[in-house]
Design a protein around this ligand. Structure first.
Ligand SMILES: N[C@@H](CCC(=O)N[C@@H](CS)C(=O)NCC(=O)O)C(=O)O
Length: 255
């Protein structure tokens, strides 16, 4: 069988990483096309349609033979049965997709912390709004998303999100926690104690032989400030800054 072809922006993990992790865990034969010579040209051609029945709106997308599948959660739902990364029953597959789509929501909100106004502007051009957005994200949304994942592991009986069966959503949960830990170490320290099962899942995923080998390889692009999970200290400190401002104001109001 021809290798799977993953199309994603070179130089960042981004949403492509959720697909990469699944391909790596399965030991699948795949090409990260945009990281090969001429690969970007091929990706842009497909984004323009290139005779496809349905052009992808944005990377990541996957080509397998004639088929081109886009949207991260959709790519994974299509790929996982082929890679044996999801149980075969309908209920498990629906549950997996539900988890993956929830993770996609969290990823979109993480992205919006540094681009709250306009994706076409630089972070520096929307920094004030970014600080406000990050304050809410770190105060309320990170605990809510990660708390929900923690509850899902508990209610499935663990140790994985779907219970006894390891699946692609465990890889995605790992990546979400990795990304948030890189971007928001302060917030993650605060939430850490309330998510023991999720932290244990993260550690178990990192120890899986193929994932450990992948993480140590140069195929794993380091997190950086071009990707979705960006470490900007003012955003990571946004809640504390707000708390300090609050204290200052009320102190001034006192007689
Ligand atoms: N919902 C899509 C979002 C895809 C997406 O936003 N891709 C980004 C890179 S991570 C992109 O290239 N966006 C270009 C655009 O939105 O114009 C998914 O989950 O795959």
């Amino acid at each position: 069988m021809a290798p799977y072809e993953l199309f994603y922006w070179p130089g960042i993990q981004g949403r492509g990483e959720f697909v990469r992790l699944a391909l790596e865990e399965a030991g699948a034969d795949y090409v990260d096309v945009a990281r090969t010579p001429g690969g970007m040209r091929e990706m842009m051609k497909l984004l323009r349609g290139a005779g496809l029945r349905l052009a992808p709106f944005a990377p990541p997308f996957l080509r397998s033979g004639e088929l081109v599948v886009a949207q991260t959660a959709n790519v994974l739902a299509w790929l996982a049965p082929r890679l044996r990364l999801v149980p075969g029953d309908e209920a498990s597959r629906a549950a997996a997709l539900q988890v993956q789509l929830t993770i996609a929501d969290a990823v979109a909100e993480a992205h919006d912390t540094h681009h709250p106004i306009d994706v076409a502007l630089y972070y520096e051009e929307q920094k004030r709004e970014a600080v406000k957005r990050a304050a809410g994200f770190t105060r309320a949304r990170i605990p809510k998303y990660l708390g929900w994942l923690e509850g899902a592991i508990a209610s499935s009986g663990g140790p994985w999100l779907l219970g006894a069966d390891f699946s692609y959503v465990d890889l995605s949960a790992f990546q979400l926690v990795e990304g948030l830990s890189y971007a928001f170490p302060n917030a993650m320290r605060r939430v850490g104690r309330s998510i023991p099962k999720l932290r244990a899942l993260r550690a178990r995923v990192a120890e899986r032989p193929r994932i450990a080998a992948y993480l140590a390889s140069d195929r794993r692009i380091p997190f950086n400030e071009d990707g979705i999970f960006r470490h900007y200290p003012p955003l990571d400190r946004a809640v504390e800054r707000k708390a300090k401002v609050g204290r200052g104001r009320s102190a001034r109001k006192r007689p």
